[in-house]
Design a protein around this ligand. Sequence first.
Ligand code: ACO
Length: 327
Amino acid sequence: MIRARMIGVGSAVPKKLLTNADLEKIVETSDEWITTRTGIKQRHIVSEGEKFSDLCTKASEMALKRARVKPEDLDMILVGTISGDMPFPATACLVQRNLGASRAAASDVSAACVGFLYGLHLADGLIQSGKAENVLVVGGEILTRYVDWTDRSTCVLFGDGAGAAVLQATKGDHGILGSRMKSEGNYADFICMPGGGSDHPANDPKSIEQRLPFIKMRGNETFKVAVKAMADVTADLLAEQGFSNDDVKIFIPHQANERIIDAVGQRLKFPAERVYKNVDRFGNTSAASIPIALDECLQKDLIRIGDLVLMTAFGAGLVWGSVLMRW
Ligand code: ACO
């Protein structure tokens, strides 16, 4: 059987740090509130002039180097993001240009915080069907450019970054074993940015006046759906693949909020030491959160050949999903 095997991972975050103490000077909040409600202590944020496509390119170059794959051998580049350099063209095309991936088709995947997992799901399909041999999947975001710095309920949550993975067609038991993606458009207004699209274009002065091109979130309602959705889809995927949580070496949930991560882990009865967390250092980097965490796990040698790695994420759409792979 042909499988999509992940053979190289890379990540990149901006240098600049924004701590909870820095946020105390911007909005009425406190380190104590942010830490107890979210687990976040700091986030990396872009400076003026830094480009999203450059972060994606840096992460991709690292992943390609570790995979020992040349850019010209890529058949497809998928970038999971909702904060590309421009509404069009796709950031994937800019990454393709920057890498010199001359043969690759390139397209963005809009699935908010689940963008990387949706990308893996699609890449797995392309590879299994024989339509591609080498696929680069990137998950990245610079949501701090869309944050409303007067809204304390959202501006404390987000950080910027990008992560990338090279998937290659292989025969055998290593690679993506299964993936499940879900969506519920009835909850589209739980997390959204109402302005900047064709409904309320960014070039309409009323958009800015009404503060439409900014992230809006119904955090509390999102929280409740997120925990159940991620736990259910992950349990279903494990059962479908004939595994239990004891078989999984490391569980990497989307790093949105420490309380959500803990609640999902507990619902699935994962021992805390096998649930990976780095939300304290990066905040919610949306589509970048899973590949950044995955890269850290690999660099720390927490994942070895043959280990089962389970990932789940949740975000605006609403969308959610889970991917199980054997490293
Ligand atoms: N500092 C101090 N107080 C605050 C802050 C802040 N930064 N933010 C909100 N508060 C206050 C509120 O005003 C409220 O006060 P009140 O009781 O006087 O009205 C109180 O704290 C409680 O507010 P809640 O919104 O109920 O707080 P909650 O415990 O739900 O935490 C949070 C908010 C952190 C946003 C949480 O709901 C959450 O993490 N939700 C899920 C987010 C998520 O996973 N999003 C998906 C991915 S994002 C994407 O896809 C782009």
